[in-house]
Design a protein around this ligand. Sequence first.
Ligand SMILES: *[C@@H]1O[C@H](CO)[C@@H](O)[C@H](O)[C@H]1NC(C)=O
Ligand SMILES: *[C@@H]1O[C@H](CO)[C@@H](O)[C@H](O)[C@H]1NC(C)=O
Ligand SMILES: *[C@@H]1O[C@H](CO)[C@@H](O)[C@H](O)[C@H]1NC(C)=O
Length: 506
Amino acid sequence: MLVSALPSLLLLLLLSFTVRTWTSRPARVYLSYKELMESRTARFFSFGFNTSDYRILFLDQDQDRMYVGSRDYLVSMDLGNINREPLIIHWPAAPSRQKECLMAGRGRADECANYLRVIQPLNRTHLYACGTGAYQPQCTLIYRGWRSEDYVFRIISGSHESGKGRCPYDPKQENMATIIDGVLYAGVQVDYMGTDSAVFRTMGHKLPIRTEQYDSRWLNDPVFVGSLVVSESSFKEDDKLYILFRERSLEGESGPAMVSRIARICLNDEGGMRSLVGKWTSFLKARLVCSVIGPDGVETSFDQLRDIFIQQTQDKQNPLIYGVFTTLGSVFRGSAVCVFSLADVRAVFNGPFAHKEGHGYQMTAYTGKTPYPRPGACAGGFSVTGIHSSKLFGEDVLRFVRTHPLMYTSVYPLNRRPLLLLSDASYTYTSIAVDTVPAADGEYTVLFLGTDRGTVQKVMILPKGPEETEGITLEEVEVFKVSAPHPPTSPYFLLLNVTGVGFHLN
Ligand SMILES: *[C@@H]1O[C@H](CO)[C@@H](O)[C@H](O)[C@H]1NC(C)=O
Ligand SMILES: *[C@@H]1O[C@H](CO)[C@@H](O)[C@H](O)[C@H]1NC(C)=O
Ligand SMILES: *[C@@H]1O[C@H](CO)[C@@H](O)[C@H](O)[C@H]1NC(C)=O
């Protein structure tokens, strides 16, 4: 069989979008794959990896590289020169492990392989990578050289270790992972059966810390989407990790069956002393709402967070979070882009906690006495200078944290409405990147949206009165050679010409 004939080709495209004048409404341009290639602004990549499972795992700003994970392969691509041949690491699961996996009855859906799901810089010269390892997650060190000119990418032999709590077992499960100061934070299913989901911290000198096990109040079948680190005050102790995911809603919580969430933890959390030992003492979460009120007053909510993009602003403490959301039901198919300000997120975490009197009760706002330090505050931080470790938190604090991880109010997007709405379409948005374009009268926001029909749309956001905006789809580009419907699990990749419109992949 010809490798190129396999329905498993990865496409990475380099596009240079031309800047048009925005004064008049530009005509919408649709570029077919063929036209795109003829425009000579894209490069087609095809790897004979015999899989359609490809994902961008990390954009390496230091060395101007992009790392792509696949089944048994890791690819390093040069963002500075797309014509340079990528560097490839072949890292399959051990044959004995594959055999065990097949015998355990997995493998029906091609799962007994090493699906690469994590790659993060550890320090200047080394990367840390993890894969599913045929249902036995494994991690390894990778050497990437000192400078981008070195152009190296190889596994450090003998550095393999278990990836439990760092990488999922099941390639179908979505995960989140980030290394901060040599410590890995992962949103992951920790066990073989996929029933124990956690936000897990491992590696480095610190002891492992995780979310409470099998407690649906903390996590309820989560699907992790992404994360961001924020310095919240002039105190380093206040540094927090925000984690975005969707999960089943809790008993007693009003609203839909599935909800989108933002959770946060203090990076310096050391767990409790007598209770919550080895567990986060700072874990809190809130609901993210992305909805529209129709002319008839009926609210349509987009409850499935699919992808995020973090946009830094002048104010380092207040980045914007762009989220792509889709609807849950099959009745109405739609997607929306909502933008959240971290200031609004913070206000919700400073607000009332959700409280449930007991089984069968509705959630209400907690009105009793809140212990000190306020749950969610970081030890040694701005508001808790006197207590230097979470191990010194009182039992009343820990008891409260354990039973009240959810905030009562939800986080609403800027202007309380989506920035962009897609309804009555035969496709949905699946991924997002955001750029701002300078113009004569200020800056415009440009969204690049991946769709589940294998295209990327470039949408310009224009003001349309106070607090109202309008999205104009300037271009839509087919980025796959074969425009057959692609499985939703295989995201669409597009690498844009960084120098063109000033599109930053970060
Ligand atoms: C990227 O864009 C720049 C500026 O528009 C252009 O000069 C360059 O040729 C483009 N590169 C590719 C590979 O299209
Ligand atoms: C591609 O993968 C499938 C499923 O694992 C396997 O059955 C097939 O033999 C592979 N084909 C090639 C050419 O390796
Ligand atoms: C990076 O980490 C690796 C593994 O711990 C170590 O061997 C290497 O010396 C470190 N490099 C630098 C520049 O610190």
